[in-house]
Design a protein around this ligand. Structure first.
Ligand code: NAD
Ligand code: IPM
Ligand code: MN
Length: 369
C-alpha cells in the first residue's frame, strides 16, 4: 500500500470547519487501507499569527516542503485586519505558494446536475458546465517588485504594485493548460490584456509561439480578460480551459464559482513542477473560497469545495484517480438526494450544516467502497 505524508493546515474561520470534514474522510481512506496517509497538522494564517507572530512558522514551512501534499482550509478574518502587512494571514498562503513553487493553480468549475437551478444565472446557461481555469500562481502583480506605499511629502502617498512576467513563467503555465486541454475538449482560451499591458503582449506572444511549436492540435483562442469575465456570465459553456495570470485568475475564478451555485463548491489544486529525478511534485489543495467571517463559527459552511479539493489530491498527488472519481460521484449523489447547505439552497428548501454535509458525503463514499 502506498504511503503519503499529508500536512493539514486548517487555518481560520470556516477553513477550520471544512478542514475538519476532510480530515474525517482522510482518516477513513487510511482505515480502509486504500492508501496510508500519515497526517500531520500545522497552523497558518491568523491562528499561526496568534501562536507565533507569523502567518506561518518555519517549522510548518519545513513540514510543507517535506509533505507529499498540503491540505489547506482558508485564512484571514477581521480579527487580524490591523496586524502588520508582512505577517497578515494571507501572507502565509502566499509564502506557501511561492516557496513551494506552486505555479499551476487548477480551478475546475463544474455545475452538478442537481444544482442547475442554484446559480444566479438561468439553468440553460449553466447546465452541464465543466470548465477549468488554469491560473498562474507564483508571479505577476502578486509578487512583482517594487511593491510599496511611499510618502510623497505633499500630503499624498503613492501605492505601487508591479506586474512582471518572464517568458519561462508564461511558457510553463501555458504548457499545463495545453496538456490538460488534450485530456478534455481540446480548447484553450488565453486571457490577458494585451491592449493595455506589456505583460499581456508578452503573454499573448509566448502562448501563440508555444501553440505553433508544440500544440497545433489544440484549438487556441485569445480573449481580453474583461471580455472573458463578461463571456463567463453570458455563455460559459463556450470555454474548456482558460489560462490566465495570477490576478485575472483570482477574479475570474470567483466569477466562475457562481456558475456552479456557490463559492463553496469550487475546489483547487496548486501544483509545482515534477522533479525529473524523484518524479515528485509539490502540491497544495485548497478550496477557492476564503474564511467567510460572516458565517464562521456557525456550522453553516459548505464543505464540498474542501472535500472536492481532497478529491483533486487523490488524482494529482496520490495516483488514485478512481477514488477521485468516487469522491465526485459521492458529492453528486448527495446533491441529487436534495441535501443542501444554506449557500446552495433554493427558497424554502430545508438545509443542513457543515458536519451533516461532510457525513453524508462520507456515507456515500462508504457505500461505494
Ligand atoms: P470569502 O470567500 O471568505 O467569502 C465570500 C462570500 O462567500 C461570503 O458571503 C461567504 O459566506 C461565502 N462563502 C465562502 N465560502 C463559503 C462556503 N464554503 N460555504 C458557504 N458560503 C461560503 O471571501 P471574503 O469575505 O472576501 O474574504 C474573507 C477573508 O478570507 C479575507 O481575509 C480574505 O483575504 C480571505 N480569503 C482567503 C482565501 C484563502 O485562504 N484561500 C481565499 C479568499 C479570501
Ligand atoms: C484565492 C485568495 C487568495 C488570492 C488570497 C487569500 C491571498 O483570494 O486563493 O483565491 O488572492 O490568491
Ligand atoms: Mn480569490
Amino acid at each position: 500500500m502506498s504511503s503519503f505524508n499529508v500536512l493539514l493546515l486548517p487555518g481560520d474561520g470556516i477553513g477550520a470547519e471544512v478542514a475538519g470534514e476532510v480530515e474525517k474522510i482522510i482518516t477513513w481512506f487510511s482505515a480502509q487501507g486504500i492508501a496510508k496517509f500519515e497526517l500531520d497538522r500545522g497552523l497558518v494564517g491568523g491562528s499561526a499569527y496568534d501562536a507565533h507572530g507569523k502567518a506561518i512558522s518555519e517549522g510548518d514551512m519545513a513540514k510543507a516542503q517535506a509533505a507529499d501534499a498540503v491540505i489547506f482550509g482558508a485564512v484571514g478574518g477581521p480579527k487580524w485586519d490591523k496586524v502588520p502587512y508582512d505577517v497578515r494571514p494571507e501572507a502565509g498562503l502566499l509564502r506557501l505558494r511561492k516557496d513551494l513553487g506552486l505555479f499551476a493553480n487548477l480551478r475546475p468549475a463544474i455545475c452538478y446536475p442537481a444544482l442547475a437551478d442554484a446559480s444566479s444565472l438561468k439553468r440553460d446557461v449553466v447546465e452541464g458546465l465543466d470548465l477549468l481555469i488554469v491560473r498562474e500562481l507564483t508571479g505577476g502583480v502578486y509578487f512583482g517588485e517594487p511593491k510599496m506605499i511611499t510618502d510623497l511629502g505633499n500630503g499624498q502617498k503613492r501605492g505601487v504594485d508591479t506586474q512582471v512576467y518572464d517568458t519561462f513563467e508564461i511558457d510553463r503555465i501555458a504548457r499545463v493548460a495545453f496538456e490538460l486541454a488534450r485530456t478534455r475538449r481540446n480548447k484553450v482560451s488565453s486571457a490577458e490584456k494585451r491592449n493595455v499591458m506589456k505583460t499581456g503582449v508578452l503573454w499573448n506572444e509566448v502562448v501563440t509561439r508555444l501553440h505553433q511549436e508544440s500544440y497545433k492540435d489544440v484549438e487556441l483562442e485569445h480573449v481580453l480578460a474583461d471580455n472573458c469575465a463578461m463571456q463567463l456570465v453570458r455563455w460559459p459553456k463556450q470555454y474548456d480551459v482558460i489560462v490566465t495570470d495570477n490576478l485575472f485568475g483570482d477574479v475570474l475564478s470567483d466569477v466562475a464559482a457562481m456558475l456552479t451555485g456557490s463559492l463553496g463548491m469550487l475546489p483547487s489544486a496548486s501544483l509545482g513542477a515534477t522533479d525529473v529525478k524523484t518524479k515528485r511534485r509539490k502540491a497544495l489543495y485548497e478550496p477557492v473560497h476564503g474564511s467567510a467571517p460572516d458565517i464562521a463559527g456557525k456550522g453553516l459552511a459548505n464543505p464540498i469545495a474542501m472535500i472536492a479539493s481532497f478529491g483533486m489530491a487523490l488524482r494529482y498527488s496520490f495516483g488514485l484517480g478512481d477514488w477521485a472519481d468516487k469522491v465526485d460521484q459521492a458529492i453528486a449523489r448527495v446533491l441529487a438526494k436534495g441535501l443542501r447547505t444554506k449557500d446552495i439552497a433554493q427558497g424554502s428548501e430545508k438545509t443542513i450544516g457543515t458536519t451533516e454535509m461532510g457525513a453524508a458525503i462520507l456515507a456515500e463514499l462508504k457505500a461505494a467502497a
